[in-house]
Design a protein around this ligand. Sequence first.
Ligand SMILES: N[C@@H](CCC(=O)N[C@@H](CS)C(=O)NCC(=O)O)C(=O)O
Length: 204
Amino acid sequence: MSKPVLHGISSSRAFRSIWAIEEAGIDYEHVPTSFREDSKQPEYLAVNPNGRIPALVDGDLKLFESMAINMYLARKYAPQLLPGDLEGEALTFQWSVWGISEIEPLQMQIVVQRFFVPDDRKDEKVEQQAARGLQRPLGVLNDHLASGEYLLGDKFMLADLNLAGVMELLNMIQFDLSSWPNVSRWLDACRSRDSYSRAKQVGM
Ligand SMILES: N[C@@H](CCC(=O)N[C@@H](CS)C(=O)NCC(=O)O)C(=O)O
C-alpha cells in the first residue's frame, strides 16, 4: 500500500496538517509544495484545484482543507486523538470550526498587514481593529480553559491540535496573550509536544 502524501510547507497554514500527521505517528511522504508557484502547477491543481496548501493524497482520496485532512488522519490513523463518542466528536468539530471562523480571519488581517502589504499601503487601523476583534473569542477560550488543562479535559486531543494549529499564526506574529493566561498556558502545553517540534522542522 502506498504511503499518504502530504503537500505543504510548515511556514504556512499547512503546518496544521503537518503537525497532525506527525502527531498521528504514521509513515508518510512529505512534498514541500509552497503557496506560491508550486501550488499553481497543473499536477498540484489536480490534487487541490484551489491552488492552496495543504492537501493530502491517501490512496484514491484527494483531500483539501486542513481541518478535514486532520479529522480524516485522526479517524483513520490516530483514533486516540478523538473522543470515542458522538458528543466528543461534535466538540472536536466545534473547536476546529470555531478556530477557522472566529480566530483565523482576524489573525490573518494582522499577518497580511505585517508581511504582505507594502510599507506605503499599510494601515495601522486594520491591525488595531483585528486585535480588538480577537478580544471576544480569546476571552471565551480563556474562560473555557479555566476549568481544564485541555479543550476536552485532561488530555491533548485533536481539538487542541486543530485550534492551537490555527492559532500558530498568532505565535508567528508574537501576538501578546498576557491578558489571557489560560490560553497562553494551554498553547505552551500544546507546543511542548514532540510532534510540534518535528512538524516545525518539516519543509519550511
Ligand atoms: N482553508 C484552507 C486555507 C489554505 C490556505 O489559504 N493556504 C495558503 C497558505 S497559508 C495558500 O495556499 N495560499 C496560496 C494562494 O492562496 O494562492 C485550509 O485551512 O486548508
